[in-house]
Write a protein that binds this ligand. Structure first.
Ligand SMILES: [Zn+2]
Length: 217
């Protein structure tokens, strides 16, 4: 999970929110959040990734419009732009209607998840005593087996590049540096795990991380 910076609300949602929210309050069988304008804007915000697990959504399914505060408990927020993110079907289903005012799940749109969650290899852990992080991992199942293996695969790809970088000729250095740095960009799948792995393995680093790498968390 990485920090997500919300874009301005799409003009479509600003224009239609009040009317469609009132319709939803009258008839909660309606699904106004499924509009294509909403899905495409949310997808751009997360670089086509799930806001929670960082999996590329299109590769495995359809974008789910996730309500950070569940619409079943907060129906007036059904089209509130700041309450919406894109999520994969696994995370969206796992979260369901879960909500806790005392220990809310980590919200990547309003806080930096790296202050709560830490990666060790392909597994994610809560910082000691961080109840919100414990609940977030448990509710979303952020260490589910298939997700763990996908992260592990990406870490192994990065590891191979780092080994190549240690033994390459001068001409290949910049090419490999660019390929390595791309793993830590917000658009990269599982960037949080890859960045932590990179920072934990100083012996593999060809040189000090650039400012861009350090700023990606
Ligand atoms: Zn997910």
């Amino acid at each position: 999970m990485i920090r997500i910076f919300k874009s301005p609300a799409p003009e479509w949602i600003t224009r239609n929110r009040e009317r469609l929210t009132n319709d939803f309050l009258t008839d909660q069988s309606k699904s106004p959040w499924r509009h294509e304008h909403i899905k495409s804007a949310l997808t751009r915000e997360t670089h086509s990734k799930c806001a929670y697990c960082e999996s590329y959504i299109a590769a495995v399914g359809y974008v789910n419009v996730e309500h950070i505060r569940p619409k079943s408990r907060f129906p007036r927020l059904v089209l509130e732009w700041t309450n919406l993110v894109s999520a994969c079907s696994r995370c969206n289903t796992n979260k369901g209607d879960y909500y806790s005012s005392e220990y809310p799940l980590i919200d990547p749109t309003s806080e930096d998840p790296s202050r709560h969650l830490v990666f060790m290899g392909a597994a994610t852990f809560p910082y000691p005593g961080n109840r919100r992080a414990i609940d977030t991992i448990e509710v979303l199942q952020l260490n589910r087996a298939d997700l763990f293996h996908q992260r592990e695969k990406r870490i192994n790809e990065l590891l191979a590049l780092l080994h190549s970088r240690k033994h390459c000729n001068t001409e290949m250095e910049s090419v490999l540096d660019t390929a390595i740095a791309a793993h830590f960009e917000p658009a990269s799948e599982y960037s949080a795990a890859l960045l932590k792995f990179f920072n934990d393995m100083p012996g593999l680093q060809p040189k000090a991380p650039s400012e861009r790498i350090e700023g990606t968390a």
